[in-house]
Unconditional design. Structure first.
Length: 255
């Protein structure tokens, strides 16, 4: 992992531009699995420095909440790249690609509260080293760019009876849960509108047939009339703090 420089340092003269985080999409994080959203950016070096000697400079974007100084100094509400590689364009310019590293494990401070499901600011860490290897200068820059972090959601489905006679009733149930970053569990997500979708046998497209609101325990339940063989699934499209969830498809044979 990388370490951020102090915020009260001198201008390095490095320019970081064209920052793209997770291809501009929200970053969805669960309760246990490490997430590594892609990042890319360009670097322009000051006089006296060359891309031919990458050991003499370092520059990368990161995410933070609160003040940039506090985040960088404490590591709390601070998300940086796990790794990245810069490719030389010419002696002064490079194109860099890599990944942020977000670990929801309790030992980390990346997403340790549900309040972290919000808009994060983007900052830039910059360093220059002397020819003898000593640090010349370092700085942190704030940017107007932002990135959205969301809590992961999960959906389950069960359609019964299976098989079923044509014209009879099929009951479709399920449950919607979402990540609780404080407890590292998935909790019931009540009061959410979820779409029941159906895909007929031999086709590729799911079509919404009903919309249902989850109960206080995250439960989903509705009925449909059996007409043809096919698969049912639940889809929740997410919101500003929660990612999308799509259940597995449950196939029903209609006799």
């Amino acid at each position: 992992m990388l370490n951020a420089p102090a915020a009260n340092a001198a201008d390095t003269g490095i320019t970081v531009s064209d920052i793209v985080i997770n291809k501009g999409k929200p970053i969805v994080v669960g309760t246990s699995q490490v997430v590594e959203p892609p990042i890319s950016f360009n670097i322009a070096l000051p006089t006296g420095y060359s891309t031919a000697d990458p050991s003499r400079y370092d520059a990368y974007p990161f995410l933070y909440r609160g003040t940039i100084t506090t985040a960088a100094d404490t590591g709390e509400n601070f998300i940086q790249p796990g790794s990245y590689t810069c490719y030389e364009i010419d002696s002064k310019h490079a194109r860099c690609e890599g990944n942020l590293y977000i670990d929801p494990h309790p030992s980390q401070e990346h997403v340790d509260s549900n309040s972290d499901a919000t808009t994060w600011k983007v900052g830039v860490s910059l360093r220059l080293w002397k020819a003898d290897g000593g640090l010349k200068t370092e700085e942190l820059e704030t940017r107007s760019k932002t990135a959205q972090l969301k809590r992961a959601a999960k959906a389950t489905v069960n359609a019964s009876p299976e098989p079923v006679a044509k014209g009879r009733t099929i009951t479709v149930t399920g449950k919607l849960t979402r990540a609780n970053w404080s407890t590292k569990t998935y909790d019931a997500y009540g009061g959410r509108t979820v779409s029941l979708q159906f895909r007929a046998k031999g086709t590729d497209t799911f079509t919404t047939v009903k919309k249902v609101t989850t109960s206080s325990t995250g439960g989903l339940k509705t009925t449909v009339t059996a007409s043809t063989d096919g698969s049912y699934r639940w889809v929740y499209y997410g919101n500003s703090t929660t990612g999308r969830a799509t259940s597995a498809a449950d196939y029903v044979d209609v006799l």
